[in-house]
Design a protein around this ligand. Structure first.
Ligand SMILES: *[C@@H]1O[C@H](CO)[C@@H](O)[C@H](O)[C@H]1NC(C)=O
Ligand SMILES: *[C@@H]1O[C@H](CO)[C@@H](O)[C@H](O)[C@H]1NC(C)=O
Ligand SMILES: *[C@@H]1O[C@H](CO)[C@@H](O)[C@H](O)[C@H]1NC(C)=O
Ligand SMILES: *[C@@H]1O[C@H](CO)[C@@H](O)[C@H](O)[C@H]1NC(C)=O
Ligand SMILES: *[C@@H]1O[C@H](CO)[C@@H](O)[C@H](O)[C@H]1NC(C)=O
Ligand SMILES: *[C@@H]1O[C@H](CO)[C@@H](O)[C@H](O)[C@H]1NC(C)=O
Ligand SMILES: *[C@@H]1O[C@H](CO)[C@@H](O)[C@H](O)[C@H]1NC(C)=O
Ligand SMILES: *[C@@H]1O[C@H](CO)[C@@H](O)[C@H](O)[C@H]1NC(C)=O
Ligand SMILES: *[C@@H]1O[C@H](CO)[C@@H](O)[C@H](O)[C@H]1NC(C)=O
Ligand SMILES: *[C@@H]1O[C@H](CO)[C@@H](O)[C@H](O)[C@H]1NC(C)=O
Length: 333
C-alpha cells in the first residue's frame, strides 16, 4: 500500500492532467476524406497557448467509441498518455481503437482507464510498441481499480501481436495467468521482445524455461510480483540486457553470479527479496554497471576490490539486512 500511495502522490505532482493527444498521420498529403476527418477532429480540441505551444488540450468530453479519432485509419502512431483526471470516475478503453489497424505505436499509459482490456487491441497486429501501463482509479472507498486481463487473458491479447518489441503493462492486473503461464504466453508469442515492463501486475508464478528464447531482451522489469522462485540462470545469456529490475518479487535461492558479467548491464535492482542469496563477483574492467541495489536481500561476502573497475557506477545501495562485510552502507560515488 505504501507503494500505491507513493504513486498516488507522484501522480498528484503531475500537472499535466488534461487530455492531450499526439497523433501522427502517415501520409504527408492526406486523402480527401482523411483531410476532412482531421478538420472535424480538430473541432473537438481546444487549444490553449498558456499551457504550451505544442500541446493541445482536449474538450473534457473525452474519447469514446464514437470519436472521429478512430476514423483516421492511416494512423501509425498514437499517444494518449497522461490524460489522468482526478475528478472523474475513470472509463473503459474504447474498443473502437481496434479499427486503427495500421498502428505501430500505441501509448495509453497514465490515464484513468480501468476494467477489462478490450480484445480489439489484439487486432492491431502491426504494433511494435504497446504501452498500457499505469492506468488506475481510486473509487469512493479509496480502493485501487486497475486494468485487467482476464477475458481476454494475456495470451489472447498478445497471441497475434508478433511484431511487438516493447510491451509495458505496469499496474495491469494479469493475476488470472497463474503459474508460469504468463511467461510462456510471452515467450511463445513475442520472440523479438526487447523491453518487457510488468511492474505490479499481480503475477503469481515463476519464469518458464521457454523465456530463455528471448535473446533480444534489453530491459526486464518485474518488480512487485509474486514470482516466488529462484532467478533463472539463463538470464546470463541475455547478451543485450541493460536493465534488470526484480525488486520485491519474493525471489529465493542463489542469484546466478554470471549475470553480473553481462557487459551491457547498466542497472540491477534486486531489493527487498529477503530470501535471495548471492555474492558479488569479481567485476570485469569493461562493465557498464551504473546502479546496483541489493538492499533487503540476503547477499553476503566481501565487497570485491574489483568493484573499482566499474567506472560508470553512480549508485550502490546495500542498506539493511545485507550481510556484506562492509555492509550498512549506502553510498553515491
Ligand atoms: C487557458 O488556460 C489558462 C490557465 O489555466 C486559463 O486561465 C485560461 O482561461 C485558458 N484560456 C482559455 C481560452 O480557455
Ligand atoms: C465539448 O464537447 C461537448 C459535447 O460534444 C460540446 O457540447 C461542447 O460544446 C464542447 N465544448 C467546446 C468548448 O468545444
Ligand atoms: C508513453 O507516453 C509517455 C508520455 O509521453 C512517455 O513518458 C512514455 O515513455 C511513453 N511510453 C512509450 C513506450 O513510449
Ligand atoms: C463519480 O461518481 C460519483 C458517485 O457515483 C458521482 O457522484 C459523481 O458525479 C461522478 N463523477 C463524474 C465526473 O461523473
Ligand atoms: C464500445 O463499443 C463496444 C461494442 O460496440 C461496447 O461493447 C463497449 O462497451 C463500448 N465501449 C465504450 C468504452 O464505450
Ligand atoms: C489470431 O490470428 C488467428 C489467425 O488469423 C485467428 O484465428 C485468431 O482468432 C487470432 N486470435 C485473436 C486472439 O485474435
Ligand atoms: C486482480 O484480479 C484478481 C482476480 O480477478 C482479484 O482477486 C484481485 O483483487 C485483483 N487485484 C487488484 C489490485 O485489483
Ligand atoms: C486464455 O484464454 C484462452 C481462451 O479462453 C484459454 O484457452 C487459455 O487457456 C487461457 N490461458 C490462460 C493462461 O489462462
Ligand atoms: C546459454 O547459451 C548457451 C549457448 O546457446 C547454452 O549452451 C547454455 O546452456 C545457455 N545457458 C543457460 C544457463 O541457459
Ligand atoms: C570484457 O572483458 C572480458 C575479459 O577481459 C572479455 O572476455 C570480453 O570479451 C570483454 N567484452 C567486451 C564487450 O569488451
Amino acid at each position: 500500500m505504501t507503494t500505491l500511495l507513493h504513486f498516488f502522490l507522484f501522480m498528484m505532482t503531475i500537472q499535466l492532467i488534461q487530455l492531450y493527444v499526439e497523433a501522427i498521420p502517415v501520409q504527408s498529403r492526406c486523402d480527401e476524406d482523411q483531410h476532412s476527418l482531421l478538420l472535424q477532429f480538430k473541432e473537438t480540441l481546444i487549444f490553449n497557448s498558456s499551457y504550451s505551444s505544442k500541446l493541445i488540450y482536449w474538450n473534457s468530453s473525452g474519447i469514446d467509441n464514437s470519436s472521429i479519432l478512430f476514423d483516421l485509419q492511416h494512423l501509425q502512431s498514437l499517444n494518449l498518455a497522461y490524460n489522468y483526471d482526478f475528478n472523474d470516475n475513470g472509463s473503459q478503453i474504447p474498443s473502437a481503437i481496434g479499427r486503427l489497424t495500421n498502428l505501430r505505436y500505441l501509448n495509453l499509459s497514465s490515464n484513468d482507464y480501468f476494467g477489462q482490456i478490450p480484445i480489439e487491441i489484439s487486432h492491431l497486429t502491426k504494433l511494435v510498441t504497446l504501452d498500457l501501463s499505469r492506468n488506475y482509479i481510486f473509487d469512493t472507498q479509496f480502493n485501487f481499480k486497475l486494468l485487467k486481463l482476464e477475458n481476454p487473458n494475456l495470451s489472447m491479447l498478445i497471441q497475434n501481436l508478433t511484431e511487438l518489441t516493447e510491451l509495458y503493462l505496469d499496474f495491469v492486473n494479469i493475476s488470472s495467468a497463474h503459474g508460469a503461464h504468463w511467461s510462456q504466453a510471452i515467450s511463445s508469442s513475442l520472440p523479438n521482445l526487447k523491453v518487457l515492463s510488468l511492474y505490479y501486475c499481480n503475477i503469481a508464478g515463476p519464469i518458464h524455461q521457454s523465456f530463455a528464447k528471448l535473446q533480444s531482451l534489453s530491459v526486464l522489469l518485474l518488480d512487485y510480483n509474486d514470482i516466488s522462485a529462484p532467478v533463472p540462470g539463463f538470464f546470463a545469456n541475455f547478451s543485450s540486457l541493460t536493465s534488470l529490475s526484480l525488486g520485491s518479487c519474493k525471489l529465493y535461492g542463489m542469484f546466478p553470479e554470471e549475470i553480473f558479467h553481462i557487459t551491457t548491464l547498466q542497472k540491477v535492482d534486486l531489493s527487498n527479496n529477503p530470501l535471495l542469496q548471492g555474492s558479488l563477483p569479481e567485476f570485469l574492467n569493461n562493465g557498464s554497471l551504473q546502479s546496483l541495489d541489493l538492499s533487503w536481500s540476503k547477499f553476503s561476502g566481501f565487497l570485491p576490490k574489483s568493484i573499482g573497475n566499474l567506472k560508470m557506477l553512480s549508485s550502490l545501495v546495500l542498506s539493511i539486512a545485507v550481510s556484506l562485510d562492509q555492509s550498512q552502507t549506502q553510498s553515491q560515488t
